[in-house]
Design a binder for this molecule. Structure first.
Ligand SMILES: Nc1ncnc2c1ncn2[C@@H]1O[C@H](COP(=O)(O)OP(=O)(O)O)[C@@H](O)[C@H]1O
Ligand SMILES: [Mg+2]
Length: 206
């Protein structure tokens, strides 16, 4: 499958989600992560530790590499133009829009969704990321607002957890991060959320 991540806003967890989804999909087949962001955050992350279990490469290398991989994941930078979003949509099986619960109007999310809807292509899905723990209502509220508009969503949210920053610092993913015993449940929750996303991604392809 070919899966792309995009949103008009930065800092919403595109790279974090692309890397963790790649780690999950690698467990089912050879996976390639194409770093399509000029800042090369995913590439830098992959070079900090012992290396990722999946291949990380630049978009320029895609043509030659992609035939050897069962799954290709594309990470992108900020503010894709309408044309870029359209090209990305046509070039993948599923476009994932990570979004932090900050309201529909103030984070570029509605702009991205409206652009996608104009294309009359329903192969996209919103992933709520950095969702604060209950009883904080933001995640629930954004989910309800999107569902009311008929926007497709993953069934699971990615919780807001510091462990994701720690994984970046260590150059690894949350499932491989060595954590103190007290943090183990958080690491398991973080990884479990992406595993559920991966399952839903794979079932989308069927
Ligand atoms: N679920 C999460 N909980 C807490 N922090 C997160 C989470 N996902 C991402 N982050 C952090 O937020 C920042 C931005 O994430 P990143 O994936 O780089 O966003 P983008 O690629 O959309 O710019 C990073 O410091 C990252 O570690
Ligand atoms: Mg990024």
């Amino acid at each position: 499958m070919i899966i792309a991540f995009a949103n008009n806003k930065g800092g919403v967890g595109k790279t974090t989600s692309a890397v963790h989804l790649a780690a999950c999909l690698q467990l089912t087949g050879p996976t390639l992560l194409l770093d399509g962001d000029d800042t090369r955050n995913a590439t830098a992350w992959s070079q900090k530790g012992d290396g990722f279990p999946f291949k990380v490469a630049s978009i320029e290398q895609a043509a030659k590499l992609s035939r050897n991989y069962e799954h290709t994941i594309i990470d992108t930078g900020q503010r894709p133009s309408e044309d870029e979003l359209k090209a990305l949509m046509e070039g993948c099986d599923l476009l994932i829009i990570p979004a932090v619960p900050a309201g529909l109007d103030n984070d570029g999310l509605s702009l991205t969704i409206n652009t996608l809807r104009k294309m009359k292509n329903d192969a996209f899905r919103v992933l709520l990321t950095k969702v604060p723990p209950p009883p904080e209502p933001q995640g629930r509220e954004l989910r309800a607002a999107l569902l009311a508009e008929g926007v497709p969503l993953f069934s699971v949210d990615i919780p807001r957890l510091n462990i994701f920053d720690k994984a970046v610092e260590a150059g690894t993913t949350v499932n491989k991060l060595i954590v103190p015993k007290k943090d183990a449940p958080r690491a398991a929750r973080a990884w479990g959320a992406y595993q559920t996303v991966a399952k839903e991604v794979l079932s989308h392809g069927k």
